[in-house]
Design a protein around this ligand. Sequence first.
Ligand code: MG
Length: 489
Amino acid sequence: MPIALKNRFLQMLKKQIVRALLFVLLALPLLRCNQKSTKGDSMQTRPNFIIIFADDLGYGDLGVYGHPTISTPNLDQMAAEGQRWTNFYVGASVCTPSRAALLTGRYPVRSGMTSDKNRVLFPDSRYGLPETEITLAEQLKKAGYHTACIGKWHLGHKPQYLPTNNGFDYYFGIPYSNDMDKVSEKDYWEYADSIPTAYYNVPLMRNTDIVERPAEQHTITKRYTEEALTFIRENKDEPFFVYLAHNLPHIPLFTSAAFQGKSKRGLYGDVVAEIDHGVGQILALLKEQGLAENTIVVFTSDNGPWLPFKTHGGSAGLLRGGKGTTWEGGMREPCIFWSPAKIKPAVVSDVGSTMDLFTTFSLMAGIPVPDDRIIDGVDISGTLLRNEPSPREGIFYYRGATLYGARMGDYKVHYRTEGAYGMFGGLEVHEPPLLYNLSEDPSEQYNIAQENVPIVEEINVFVKRHQENLVAGKDQLADRENTIDSSVK
Ligand code: MG
């Protein structure tokens, strides 16, 4: 080979080698990164979710929401480290429809999980959450999440309606309210300070089997927390979703010996303190296991306080009304989000809803929300992660399958108002509707409809838009095998 040609060939070879080296050098980190994200995809990118859901806990029942004698140091700390929402709503003011709203991201009128005949499901109800509904657990299963429902279900007690047939790998809990299957004829107050477990013959289930009946309710909060801790430990290497729905502080109130007689607020305060203690244990475990940075925990409640139960019912604080009503006290709840590396600490006064958890958590896990149906949840991740304004325009207040009111921005109209459980009067239809500015008047004391006709009209249009695409699902709550137990809600 002539020397000139040889030199040219060597130069070309050198160039090729340099190019190849450069390519390897540039591509290596990308390849490594790719390998890492493939291998540890679930660990790296998909957050774990824990929803802790209290039963009948009111807006004013936590220390951090202003209660003067209920001690909730763990929830207070969680709020200080995370986001505390002050305008956060459930989808209904009683148990069954509220739980359906949270798990499906839809107003329960769409799924038929609300009714003008029975407000909730009972131990003799025929039906439950329709198979066609998609739960948050079913969504997260699509991305390989390990899922557990621990606690109160109340979306149907027959096998086909249980959590294990609705996207949950595991279930442990009482399938409905802890005051059902009541066997005593005595009035609650005759034994309220020392409640015999046997008076409420509720089953405790593991997956689809009854493992205890009556459920020993004095230790139920403690056992639910322990089940959650075990599930987290056993599934810490995979993405997981824990829906921990406590049966308490719904009446009858029970607490384990360690908490009995400790709170200045009495038994109700003891019960809330035990739930708070469990929250502390869960957050401590997440920190200890190095999971805190990649886990989002949210604490809220299914509806407002059950006020006729006097000191055994909670408090809605400065809000009007309670459980069962469409006044703020029935549907606005304490809500705290926590995740040290993700959630931007703040007090958020924008509007949010339990229905938003479906949409937000699905998208955070990389799963699109279903597009074959209307989903009422909106993505609030911008607020949670970056403290941006909430995209939620407002909220609709249903009682059963009937729309009673609507909030848009700061303003709320009532087309109808009605008390519940013998409190706050009978049904009133308001023409023109009542109007309150909830930012200035959170206790709904001063009707300003007359001076603000254009605002009422604007909300009417908002309602009309909602109703135009509304198809009510077949009522799942109306049919019962018999009608006993009708006093229990
Ligand atoms: Mg409830």
